[in-house]
Write a protein that binds this ligand. Sequence first.
Ligand SMILES: Cc1cc2nc3c(=O)[nH]c(=O)nc-3n(C[C@H](O)[C@H](O)[C@H](O)COP(=O)(O)OP(=O)(O)OC[C@H]3O[C@@H](n4cnc5c(N)ncnc54)[C@H](O)[C@@H]3O)c2cc1C
Length: 382
Amino acid sequence: MDFRLTDEQSALRESVRDFAREVVAPVIAEHYERHTFPYEVIRQMGKMGLFGLPFDEEHGGMGGDYFALCLALEELARVDSSVAITLEAAVSLGAMPIYRFGTEEQKATWLPRLLSGEALAGFGLTEPGTGSDAGGTQTRAVLDGDEWVINGSKAFITNSGTDITAMVTVTAVTGTNPDGSKELSTIIVPTGTPGFTVAPGYSKVGWTASDTHELTFDDCRVPAANLLGARGRGFAQFLRILDEGRIAIAALAVGLAQGCVDESIRYAKERHAFGRPIGDNQAIQFKIADMELKAHTARLAYYDAAARMLAGEPFKRQAAIAKLHASTIAVDNAREATQIHGGYGFMNEYPVARFWRDSKILEIGEGTSEVQRMIIARDLGL
Ligand SMILES: Cc1cc2nc3c(=O)[nH]c(=O)nc-3n(C[C@H](O)[C@H](O)[C@H](O)COP(=O)(O)OP(=O)(O)OC[C@H]3O[C@@H](n4cnc5c(N)ncnc54)[C@H](O)[C@@H]3O)c2cc1C
């Protein structure tokens, strides 16, 4: 057992760390404040190959693996989570379903642009009336000749409305299974298809420089060939995508938690009270030591889940543990980092204020903490 990074992994981590500090950090506060999408940063991430990290070169990827993606997400989130979630959703929710389940024709059509970061894709699972209970999907798709006709709506879909969004994959009820349950399938809907409407962006508490929209489908017609994988496989597909995605979200949460440690150390050395740096007080030192402890153990949890996934072993429970633990400690660290910053921690110009606002969604998106506990309990045979 060896959790040390290879030279190649270390080099990737260093280059993303430098990029986050030199390119993301100087501009992100303004995007965050104005709720604007950082197109130029995303373009540069594309040039670095980040959108192609876990994909093979044959399809335009970088020939890395999912762990490489996680390392990049951690380093980005250490500085900013809006940029990190844009990459996470683009790769793990946008391109990955096409890569895993698409036909060669679908891959040839979509992957070159998605893997270069030139285009983004969204993953439409959640609906206004159902999130955790994804089996409760109401959106319907009916085959009419050689076209699917889609009706319904999707809520909170990341990367679905940028100027460079090329398509969304949508889960829809396409029939009834022999046991009476809903037959769910996944269908590709290109941006601009008549009947597909993207609502204005939500006003969010955090991740304000990322792109999130409600989508509606009103007699939206796409070719029958836009079915992703086999008909009726929608449920299995999104379970797989979400299991993997949880490891990526855990990495992102660890990055945020580590960013809180970075900022707290810096501030504890700079800020003076009662005639000495606040970091000279053991009460502050212990807070930071506990924050480091939490980031470190959460990192080990996602490394373990990623290692199992890449070894082809079962990893569902470990991915849920990693996501649950990392999101919990990210919220803890954001709260403590804000506390260490005193009144300045409540000012948006300080990165810890952004960390605090960005941390809560980690306990909600890609499966709430309650859902992670359900997954772990089920895997334990309960
Ligand atoms: C910024 C943002 C981006 C997102 N991006 C995407 C995206 O790109 N694609 C996508 O498909 N979705 C996306 N989502 C949706 C997200 O995954 C859901 O919000 C999440 O899964 C929770 O679903 P819900 O909001 O419907 O909550 P609900 O499922 O209604 O849950 C409400 C509460 O009830 C709890 N609960 C539900 N069932 C149980 C139970 N059986 N036992 C105990 N507690 C339970 C939940 O844990 C939660 O606390 C995004 C959400 C946000 C906010």
